[in-house]
Design a binder for this molecule. Structure first.
Ligand code: IMP
Ligand code: MG
Length: 180
């Protein structure tokens, strides 16, 4: 049974698990024998990164978190992004993989990527569960993508609208009357 505020399901639990496993297989092949630090972007990626990390077999992989906040309403990100929580482990000369729930305008990830490179990371790649390329404002591309979607507002599996719906075990399209 779908939540009453959800218009339709976009990815069910089984599809999510399959998508996570497919992404992890690529990461495992690309980072074998490398010093990898996985950085989850709070809060939206919390559930995705927890599932993804358990499928990563790169020996010695580290996990850290960052949080960025953008000014503006909760469904529209503004251009100004600030880092409210920085990484706590040393990323100098390490290979960093930033894990996001969704790549939208690209404002958040362009700031995060630049910041991590300025701290001396050997490389910075982006892994996103969802991508809305139609809304991009910054030239950011993901290296690992779960699913490319149209300009829809989605919730569940960590993704929120106004801090709600993160607990849904599937990803669904939010009814437009909820946010308009
Ligand atoms: P960007 O900086 O515009 O790329 O925005 C990225 C952030 O906006 C994501 O990490 C999400 O928190 C939020 N966001 C963008 N689109 C959606 C959506 O469809 N559902 C939930 N959150 C979204
Ligand atoms: Mg969010």
């Amino acid at each position: 049974m779908l939540h009453n505020d959800v218009f339709e399901e976009l990815m069910n639990e089984e599809e999510l698990a399959r998508t996570v496993a497919e992404i992890a297989a690529k990461i495992n092949a690309d980072y074998e024998d490398k010093e990898l630090v996985v950085i989850g972007v709070l809060k939206g990626s919390a559930i995705f990164v927890a599932d993804l990390l358990r499928k990563i077999t790169v020996d010695g992989v580290q996990l850290d978190f960052m949080q960025a906040s953008s000014y503006g309403s909760s469904s529209v990100s503004s251009g100004q992004v600030r880092i409210v929580k920085d990484v706590s482990c040393n990323i100098k000369e390490r290979h960093v993989l930033v894990v996001e729930d969704i790549l939208d305008t690209g404002n958040t990830l362009s700031v995060i990527k630049e910041h991590l490179l300025s701290k001396g990371a050997a490389s910075v790649r982006i892994c996103t569960l969802f991508d809305k390329p139609g809304r991009r404002k910054k030239p950011v591309t993901a290296d690992y993508t779960g699913k490319v979607i149209d300009d829809l507002f989605i919730v569940g599996y960590g993704l929120d609208y106004s801090e709600r719906y993160r607990n849904l075990p599937y990803v669904g399209v939010l009814k437009s009357e909820i946010y308009s």
